[in-house]
Design a protein around this ligand. Structure first.
Ligand code: SF4
Length: 398
């Protein structure tokens, strides 16, 4: 399995590239969204309304071939990615062409075909860590109301049980719970933390709801106030810091705490706070082949169909220069988790705080030990347990 070491080795090069334009590097963190179609109707997202002239699998294969082994972390996003009919073939193409260390797939956990698709992807990508994060925005009826699908919570619990059972047979599979912290969920975050802690999941990650061009949520009042988010962050940080993690899990938790604190500052200061590397180290390809620096700005950098499916022709092309200038000038800011973790890897003060924390003796209650493999989101695996049973604490984070 590819380790993080190669990615860390590229950090100084990305910093140099952001400052001087040289060397020319393809992104290490890539998000691909093959289809906007989704069977959820979330209060925090309108992407399900979109329809696109989607790239075919053959077209995706050509695009991925042009990226080679540059991406270390590939997220297959949506819409609902596990509803996309060719998701297994797409993951196989990612694996064959890019051989990433991590393939990350979020899911709304609704369809009964999800476990079968996850198993096929995990088996087809044996040397890559496959992380599947199930969305959970509330317990019971609260979840159904926020996600707009009656019975969604029941299906979530069923899928979680099924995926945890699969995890016992598939050593490269990680199963997490993902919560969007929005105005609709911020006040019941404690319930989500408590649920995730006894769920048996490998990780609990949170992301703040924000206006995104991709999700057609610009102008919607979905982001919690800085004060409400600060209270939520305090609870998450307190939980993580009261836990005792070992090995790689300690590293990822240290980054997670930094992420919470970073988001709090971004909301309060309305600024990037640390340099954003979207447009250098991270990128997104939308369903129709349009390349974006990130899904929040969603600048149209060019369509791969018009550039011979060669990602580099767009990434190093003329439209990038103005977008990079704008991002470097901090004309945008956001708490997007996917970009933020990449950004933190490039921020020396953040890294210094993480190292200082790792050098401190551990304390607090014990948490699961880390699993082999390494990686920013590599996590400790609790002993197998049912989704709603009182099993050992899952790792908390966001
Ligand atoms: S700060 Fe946010 S909106 Fe701006 S480029 Fe980075 S990820 Fe995109």
């Amino acid at each position: 399995m590819r380790s993080m070491v190669g990615v860390l080795g590229r950090v100084p090069l990305f910093k140099l590239s952001r400052r001087t334009g040289w060397p020319r590097l393809l992104p290490a963190n890539l998000t691909i969204s093959p289809s906007p179609k989704c069977n959820s109707r979330c209060l925090t997202c309108n992407i399900w309304m979109k329809r696109e002239n989607e790239l075919t699998i053959d077209e995706w294969d050509r695009v991925l071939a042009s990226l080679g082994h540059a991406p270390y972390w590939v997220t297959i996003s949506g819409g609902e990615p596990l509803m996309y009919p060719h998701v297994v073939e797409l993951a196989q193409a990612v694996y064959a062409r890019c051989r990433p260390g991590i393939i990350n797939i979020p899911t709304n956990a609704i369809l009964p075909t999800i476990p079968d698709r996850v198993e096929r992807i995990a088996r087809a990508c044996p040397d890559t860590r496959l992380i599947v994060n199930l969305s959970l925005d509330g317990i019971g009826e609260k979840h159904d109301r926020i996600r707009g699908v009656p019975g969604n919570f029941e299906k979530f619990e069923e899928r979680l049980r099924q995926l945890l059972a699969l995890r016992a047979r598939l050593p490269n599979l990680t199963v997490g719970i993902h919560s969007v912290v929005s105005v609709f969920s911020v006040e019941h975050l404690d319930e989500l933390i408590a649920y995730a802690a006894r769920s048996g999941a490998d990780q609990f990650i949170t992301e703040i709801a924000e206006p995104r061009v991709e999700l057609d949520t610009v102008g919607l009042p979905i982001t919690p106030s800085p004060e409400a988010y600060a209270r939520a962050v305090d609870r998450l940080v307190a939980f993580v810091e009261a836990s005792s993690f070992r090995g790689m899990a300690r590293v990822t938790e240290a980054f997670r705490v930094e992420y919470y604190k970073l988001v709090r500052r971004i909301l309060q200061e309305q600024d990037q706070v640390i340099d954003c590397y979207a447009g250098w180290a991270s990128a997104q390809i939308y369903a129709d082949g349009t390349v974006w620096p990130c899904c929040v700005r969603a600048d149209d950098l060019g369509n791969l169909r018009e550039h011979g499916y060669d990602f580099g022709r767009i990434w190093f092309g003329p439209r990038m220069a103005e977008v990079r200038r704008s991002i470097a000038a901090r004309e945008c800011h956001c708490p997007l988790a996917n970009a933020a973790y990449t950004n933190m890897l490039h921020d020396v003060p953040t890294l210094a705080r993480v190292v200082a924390k790792l050098l401190r003796p551990t304390g607090g209650r014990s948490a699961p030990s880390s699993r082999p493999g390494g990686g920013l989101v590599e996590i400790g695996r609790p002993a197998p347990g049912a989704a709603s049973s009182a099993g050992p604490a899952a790792r908390m984070g966001g």
